[in-house]
Design a protein around this ligand. Sequence first.
Ligand SMILES: Cc1cc2nc3c(=O)[nH]c(=O)nc-3n(C[C@H](O)[C@H](O)[C@H](O)COP(=O)(O)OP(=O)(O)OC[C@H]3O[C@@H](n4cnc5c(N)ncnc54)[C@H](O)[C@@H]3O)c2cc1C
Ligand SMILES: NC(=O)c1ccc[n+]([C@@H]2O[C@H](COP(=O)([O-])OP(=O)(O)OC[C@H]3O[C@@H](n4cnc5c(N)ncnc54)[C@H](O)[C@@H]3O)[C@@H](O)[C@H]2O)c1
Length: 468
Amino acid sequence: MTRIVIIGGGPAGYEAALVAAQLGAQVTVIERDGMGGASVLTDCVPSKALIASAEAMTAVRDSKVLGVQGAEPAGVGLDLVSVNHRVKGLAMAQSADIHARLESEGVRIVKGSGRLADDVPGLAAHEVEILDADGRVVDEIEGDVVLIATGADPRVLPGSEPDHERILDWRDVYDLEEMPEHLVVVGSGVTGAEFASGYLEAGVPVTLVSSRDRVLPGEDADAAEVLEEVFQSRGGRITQKGRAAAVRRTEKGVLVELTDGRTVEGSHALMTVGTVPNTAGLNLESHGVQVTEAGHVVVDRVSRTTVPGIYAAGDVTGVFQLASVAAMQGRIAMWHALGEAVAPIRLKTVAANVFTHPEIATVGVQEKSLADDADIDVVRLPLATNARAKMSDLRAGFVKLFTRRSTGVVVGGVVVAPGASELVLPITLAVTKGLTAADLANTFSIYPSLSGSITEAGRRLMGVDELS
Ligand SMILES: Cc1cc2nc3c(=O)[nH]c(=O)nc-3n(C[C@H](O)[C@H](O)[C@H](O)COP(=O)(O)OP(=O)(O)OC[C@H]3O[C@@H](n4cnc5c(N)ncnc54)[C@H](O)[C@@H]3O)c2cc1C
Ligand SMILES: NC(=O)c1ccc[n+]([C@@H]2O[C@H](COP(=O)([O-])OP(=O)(O)OC[C@H]3O[C@@H](n4cnc5c(N)ncnc54)[C@H](O)[C@@H]3O)[C@@H](O)[C@H]2O)c1
């Protein structure tokens, strides 16, 4: 029986464990915190649960235009203590469900930190030491295959170290007992944009310190522009081209000093300036496992590292930091290691969503990476023209579709709308299965529905041939 040792119990680790157990391997998962990893306990799941409460606030406040009475902004508020209580409880419950599921599949779960400990490099099997919370080695186990799935932690900006009271990282926010009077979010990547949007919706004045001239530099530029407009129309402030040099505590709160001399004051600062992979202390380099300058483990498309028998998956690899990608990399690693037929990961088919208001969902090729003479047709349909959107008073947002001009095959798309994370699925399916604009156009969508804009985009891009 193949012995699999997995270090880290996030989506990369636990999904890998499920696949390996299903294929009859003997599986051990070493996890220092709790099953589900940072994704479930502190990052993805809690943030989306918090955002769900903020969205409920928005739905109530925005209902006046639909004729609802008594929902004036001053009369609607969030009870942050009970929201945080709910968020943490939900994360713990999800973690417990994953723990129970793994145990029911026969996976052994060990609490502690794992690290590679081969005495002799190059052997077919690998030793892994288990350390307790005090750093003492308490056990050693041998695996035929080791999966490194240790995730990533918040990056700390020197001079802006979180004190976890006023200067926070995103894992601290669920311990707040009162709403911040004025939250300064430093960093406008996906994490920063989501928290800035969520807290603003929850009724907190927010300033977003963005180091670029546009928030969400990695996303579709039109989508980022819509998000900025909505954010500012609701009273959010954006400090553009503002790179934080230091964040200090003041008598009343915090002062964010920017590299160009400007300052931003607030009651709390939330640091969202990226992540660092958890590779320290794993003995990777001494075992010949190649890591990049930034510390990410180098893997190929079937999750192999540079050492036979050692695989890596998830945020520790730096390949698209998404729970869905982490899980797929973990599964692929096990299929490959256990001799199953396996297709290398296809990053062009990955769908991603920014959970702001409105949400931004993307899949496949994106406009910013297209050459001027690319063989690509693009259509952009504003939501404002969609009947269902009008009924719900949704004005901001759009559907954008990219097809290959020569074949009509759908190669990418962007949806900016409330619930874009759900709406993007037909486009993702089209990109994954090589469907054409005509396939979308000839698919029945419900009338009236927001997904009608996706089939309509297909019709706009249909070639003349398909009409004849
Ligand atoms: C605020 C936030 C919101 C996000 N929201 C989303 C979202 O909505 N959708 C999405 O797809 N992605 C989201 N992400 C990204 C997603 O959380 C990550 O891509 C995902 O957690 C990666 O999973 P992983 O298994 O690689 O690592 P993790 O989930 O980080 O799990 C790794 C685990 O390994 C443990 N570990 C580390 N070192 C050791 C060791 N030596 N021994 C034992 N255990 C160890 C860690 O404690 C951790 O529990 C979000 C990220 C952030 C920061
Ligand atoms: N919904 C989701 O799927 C979701 C949600 C959150 C995070 N994530 C993923 O997690 C990963 C990490 O996201 P992130 O947003 O934490 O990191 P990031 O690296 O994507 O963004 C960090 C931002 O901070 C900025 N920054 C860095 N130093 C700064 C400074 N001194 N002052 C001001 N700004 C500064 C950077 O320019 C960058 O725009 C990403 O890959 C992201 O996709 C996914």
